[in-house]
Ligand binder design. Structure first.
Ligand SMILES: [Zn+2]
Length: 351
């Protein structure tokens, strides 16, 4: 396995303690084992049942039992995958487990992450389990309960007087001294989130026609595409299902540049939305997300605050105790579709 720069195509051996290319580019992981259903360890009920296809050596696994979340048939052709039932409350546990395991393998002792909440919680918890010192940089808007959760893992929390972008800038500065366990930059995180595609394939036998996910920094949608591409490369599926990425109207940089000829992401000012987990004005891997959406005929849509709030309330009344961000996919479904296609919506996190 190797790391490869998306910009200058330079390759690095996977024992390098790097999170970006020397040219500043984003890294991908190449040369992984092909997905093969016969190589799944079916006695393991976590993402590590897919260990053969994850880029971590066997003696370094840091797991809290993440993955293999239930899929519920809500109505005839509508399914929910309950990823809010995860050790720290969100799908981010998948990425954190693989990234922190790799950090353990590399012998990293001190790490740093910036987050609006859920990724911080996940990285802090897995670093706690791995006995790695951890600092989480969060924007002012992060909820008290998430900050308390992070602190209780033993992590150091730095609260930034400003928005999510300011927290990311501060983290980039601190990353000169510590390993940057960024869920956006670090390619190992996406190797964890890809397991959700493997699970959907295993649990439903047949992939749904459509999968709907909230998109902020896009670590879930990118992971799903990576996992689906693995399934397609192994000839287990003929085509990639329609993926719909959803953002909030108040912060929709990707929707606003959707299918733009140059795929550039501008740094406009966006307002805070109820869906705080996807309030990201400048997604680091934005170009990559647009590239996959264009390549595989995906869709992007923006949702109003009223519709997010209404869908959040409906889902809670149905018994799904989630956070508002997790309702954005369902809001998109109610707004856009009234057809017979099988649709799976990922309910991504809880408070
Ligand atoms: Zn490069």
């Amino acid at each position: 396995m190797k790391l490869k720069c998306r910009t200058c195509l330079r390759e690095y051996s996977d024992d390098n303690k790097i999170w970006q290319c020397e040219c500043g580019g984003l890294l991908d992981i190449i040369g992984r084992n092909s997905f093969d259903p016969n190589k799944i360890n079916k006695t393991d009920n976590s993402i590590w049942r897919y260990h053969q296809f994850l880029p971590v050596s066997s003696n370094a696994i840091i797991s809290l039992g993440e993955g293999m979340t239930p899929i519920i048939q809500e109505t005839g052709n509508l399914f929910f995958k309950l990823d809010y039932i995860s050790p720290t409350g969100s799908f981010k546990d998948r990425g954190a487990s693989v990234l922190v395991s790799k950090m353990k393998e590399l012998g990293i002792r001190e790490a740093l992450e910036d987050s609006s909440g859920n990724a911080g919680k996940a990285i802090a918890a897995y670093c706690g389990k791995a006995d790695i010192e951890c600092q989480i940089v969060v924007p002012q808007s992060t909820s008290d309960s998430k900050i308390t959760n992070i602190k209780n893992t033993g992590a150091n929390v730095k609260i930034i007087d400003g928005n999510r972008e300011k927290a990311a800038l501060e983290a980039r500065k601190l990353a000169e001294y510590k390993f940057y366990a960024s869920h956006c930059w670090n390619p190992y995180f996406l190797q964890g989130t890809k397991t959700i595609a493997y699970e959907i394939y295993e649990q439903l036998q047949e992939l749904p026609d459509r999968i709907i996910v909230p998109v902020g920094n896009g670590t879930l949608i990118l992971g799903i595409y990576i996992g689906l591409m693995d399934l397609k490369d192994s000839r287990l599926i003929d085509k990639i299902p329609e993926i719909m990425g959803t953002q909030a109207n108040l912060c929709a940089p990707l929707v606003n540049h959707y299918r733009a000829s140059n795929n550039t992401i501008n740094s406009e000012d966006y307002s805070t939305t109820l869906a705080s987990g996807i309030c990201v004005a400048r997604p680091i891997r934005g170009k990559q997300i647009l590239e996959y959406i264009n390549k595989f005929d995906g869709k992007l849509v923006a949702i109003s605050e009223d519709e997010i709030f209404e869908s959040f309330n409906i889902l809670q009344k149905k018994g799904y105790i989630i956070e508002p961000t997790a309702a954005v996919g369902y809001a998109a479904y109610r707004q856009c579709f009234n057809d017979q296609k099988t649709t799976l919506i990922i309910l991504t996190g809880r408070n």
